[in-house]
Ligand binder design. Structure first.
Ligand SMILES: [Zn+2]
Length: 429
């Protein structure tokens, strides 16, 4: 560890030089319009995993930042890096989470191997690139797990989308590269229910924009909706023997948890989303049943019509958009050993106090004790409160209450800051 630390300034200087040299290069030098999409299958058990290439496709709309092509946050369980094959120059990076990684921490993964589909997306390269996937290890560092050469001139690249649907602009404030492009997808809505979907999407966007930091930054967003038609209305509820034919194959009871609604069919999610510009996908499910989910830079999903939908929509968007962790700890979840207490978690709103200086230490006043007792006098104070990330001991959250802790609260000051930084990244402000 001592030797490792002594190299840090050198490494930091190296990355600084790479970042500076890349900023000097224009997006247009390396990329053209469109998205290279690499579809893979992600398989394994609790202790091992591997990626297998399925196909490379072309999508029409790249919506991310054109000035900040390297992910400045390094959140997430995985990192995609794209290099120019000829020179090795790092051109693009993007961090994200997967449902497979969550599943690996469930008891089922101890004895069973499963396959999850997986999709990488990056701006369309002008020359052959090397796509690399890094998985975060138990020590919190990224290890190279897979790589492949991707040639934009290959005759096998498939530009067709078999899930084409009409897109409706709900609120446009600027160009895709200068805004956060939020895209609502219809799940479990029949052709006859599309007017209801558009109403639900407008209402759900309204939930997000009713809370800070989104309220003050509404003009940094574009909002669109894909009228993705399902054959059946509703979603799968395996615990009740209910199965529906829906466009993105969503279901309750993910990993055996009734309220945990997700879809394992990420390919279909990306097919539906590829009809429009997007940085963030929100799947609205035509159900009154309480539930939802959110994976960082993958998707958020929520019931449209539950009385708690306002709370679920904003909470899940916090996961998917901000990389925010759950700050609760007194609830039954399916995960085992979700956090290594000897390592600082990557989420901006949790700490193990292993490396607190990289978190919100600068927001804690000198009078506030660390850890901070959960006394009423510290309500509204940024401190270090024990319990978070499904763990009651050894993991700490920034405030007594937060949108990521309970349904009653709004985003705490630390989550608010993290979300604001993300808005600024996408909108270039
Ligand atoms: Zn928070």
């Amino acid at each position: 560890m001592r030797y490792h630390r002594s190299f840090l300034p050198v490494i930091a200087l190296f990355f600084h030089i790479v970042a500076v040299s890349l900023q000097g290069q224009s997006f247009e030098q390396w990329f053209s319009d469109g998205v290279m999409r690499v579809d893979l299958v992600f398989t394994g058990t609790a202790s091992e995993s591997s990626y297998t290439l399925e196909e490379v496709r072309k999508e029409p709309f790249y919506s991310g930042s054109r000035s900040e092509l390297l992910d400045p946050f390094d959140y997430g369980d995985h990192k995609l890096q794209v290099r120019d094959a000829a020179s090795g120059t790092l051109l693009f990076s993007h961090t994200y989470c997967t449902l497979f990684r969550e599943w690996q921490t469930t008891s089922e993964a101890d004895t069973l191997s499963r396959a999850f589909n997986h999709v990488l997306r990056f701006p369309w390269p002008k020359a052959t690139v090397i796509a690399e996937i890094y998985d975060r290890n138990d020590s919190g560092e990224f290890d190279l797990a897979w790589s492949a050469r991707c040639d934009p001139g290959s005759m096998f690249i498939n530009p067709a989308n078999h899930l084409e649907f009409e897109v409706v602009d709900l609120e446009i404030n600027g160009t895709p590269e200068s805004k956060v492009d939020l895209l609502f997808l219809a799940e479990g809505y029949t052709d006859l229910e599309m007017d209801k979907f558009l109403e639900d999407a407008r209402r759900s966007a309204g939930y997000i924009f009713s809370e800070e930091p989104f309220k003050s930054n509404r003009s940094a967003f574009n909002v669109r909706a894909v009228k993705s038609v399902s054959k059946d209305s509703g979603t799968d509820i395996p615990g009740n023997g209910i199965w529906k034919n829906t466009v993105m194959n969503s279901n309750f009871y993910t990993f055996g948890i009734e309220r945990y609604m997700t879809t394992l069919d990420f390919k279909s999610v990306c097919d539906v989303a590829s009809n429009a510009h997007y940085d963030q996908v929100f799947i609205l499910v035509n159900t009154t049943k309480y539930g939802g989910g959110g994976m960082y830079n993958m998707y958020a999903i929520s019931a449209a019509d539950n009385e708690m939908s306002r709370e679920v929509v904003t909470h899940e968007f916090g996961h998917a958009f901000g990389g925010l962790a759950d700050e609760y700890y007194n609830s039954t979840v399916a995960y085992n050993d979700f956090f290594n207490l000897a390592v600082e978690p990557w989420n901006p709103n949790l700490t193990t106090l292993v490396d607190f200086g990289t978190k919100w230490k600068d927001m804690v006043s000198e009078q506030t004790p660390i850890p901070t007792p959960p006394d009423e006098k510290y309500l509204g104070t940024v401190g270090v409160f024990e319990g978070g990330g499904y763990v009651s001991k050894g993991v700490f959250r920034p405030m007594i209450d937060c949108r990521m802790h309970s349904n009653e609260a709004v985003f705490c000051k630390v989550c608010n800051t993290a979300l604001l930084q993300m808005i600024q990244h996408y909108s270039g402000r």
